[in-house]
Design a protein. Structure first.
Length: 298
């Protein structure tokens, strides 16, 4: 039976924030940060195919973070455990009537009657809403739908860079029916298809494999959600600016708070250049070290 190598160490809250930002920006395939309960310490963990890779990746990480000199505990775990290891730090999340519930908690978690429920099993590769950036986008989605004067069924919602589809499924659970999600990674779309089968109580959004340029081409959203990251949002700003109708909104996330000024300036300039007829209202919220940018067009 094959196995994986796990490295794990307790770190300070300050270092955990720095590491989480680094892992998100670099799209790390090995490392993560977890805190089981609010009163528990933060842990940095990593999964690797063998000890040589574990040693190499730890060395690279310590080169980036000289303050990371904690003693790492090394464990060997069998594949049967590895395939489910992520479940220990994925939990339910809710905001107002929207509830995200991991599949393995379907029977034990009973939201109030009338709730908008999304069941998810994203595995190790894609988020189930645990990350601050996804939560920021979800709150913008709920805000938009709550304030909309149009019938929810008539709204066009785009989830750009959809990952496991959590935002697109949330829009469907909340009553929208004209929803498109896309991601450049075919595995992400496979996960979306699997999650659709676990949510027969809601109308499945349309999912497709596409990069940002192709996925947004000739599309016009009432609400465009883009939970990606700054180094993608900026070079693709033109495509995103063109993909929302006048009177609509763009919700951008995956932005470190320290990067917000750069992103806000970029999009303000692009709208002034490409859509000078539209007036803009810009808002931002923070969650931990992450921020979002909501752009309202009028």
């Amino acid at each position: 039976m094959s196995s994986q190598i796990e490295l794990r160490a307790t770190v300070s809250a300050q270092l955990a924030d720095l590491l989480e930002g680094y892992f998100y920006e670099t799209q790390s395939a090995h490392w993560g940060i977890m805190q089981k309960e609010r009163t528990d310490p933060y842990e940095v963990f990593g999964f690797f195919p063998d000890t040589a890779t574990a040693d190499s990746e730890l060395g690279l990480l310590q080169e980036e973070f000289s303050e990371l000199h904690e003693d790492f505990e090394l464990s060997r775990i069998e594949d049967s455990f590895w395939q489910n290891a992520y479940k220990e730090f994925v939990t339910t999340w809710s905001d107002r009537r929207l509830h995200w519930i991991p599949l393995w908690e379907r029977d034990s978690c009973k939201p109030p009657a009338g709730s908008a429920i999304v069941y998810l099993d994203a595995g190790m590769a894609f988020g189930t809403g645990a990350h601050e950036t996804t939560r920021l986008c979800a709150r913008r989605l709920i805000d938009y739908l709550d304030s909309s004067e149009e019938a929810l069924e008539s709204l066009h919602i785009i989830d750009a860079g959809c990952g496991s589809g959590v935002l697109a499924f949330s829009a469907a659970a909340l009553g929208c029916s004209n929803i498109i999600g896309f991601d450049f990674d075919p595995e992400a779309i496979r996960v979306c298809s699997a999650n659709a089968k676990e949510n027969p109580h809601i109308q499945a959004p349309l999912f497709e494999v596409a990069n940002l340029t192709d996925g947004l081409l000739d599309r016009n959203a009432d609400l465009l959600l883009a939970n990606i990251q700054t180094d993608v949002l900026i070079p693709h700003s033109e495509a995103l600016v063109h993909a929302v109708r006048s009177g609509g909104c763009i919700a951008l996330s995956g932005i470190l708070t320290k990067e917000m000024d750069v992103v806000e300036r970029c999009y303000a300039q692009q709208f002034a250049k490409l859509r000078p007829q539209d007036s803009l209202t810009l808002e931002s919220r923070n969650d931990g070290e992450w921020s979002d940018l909501l752009i309202k067009l009028s």
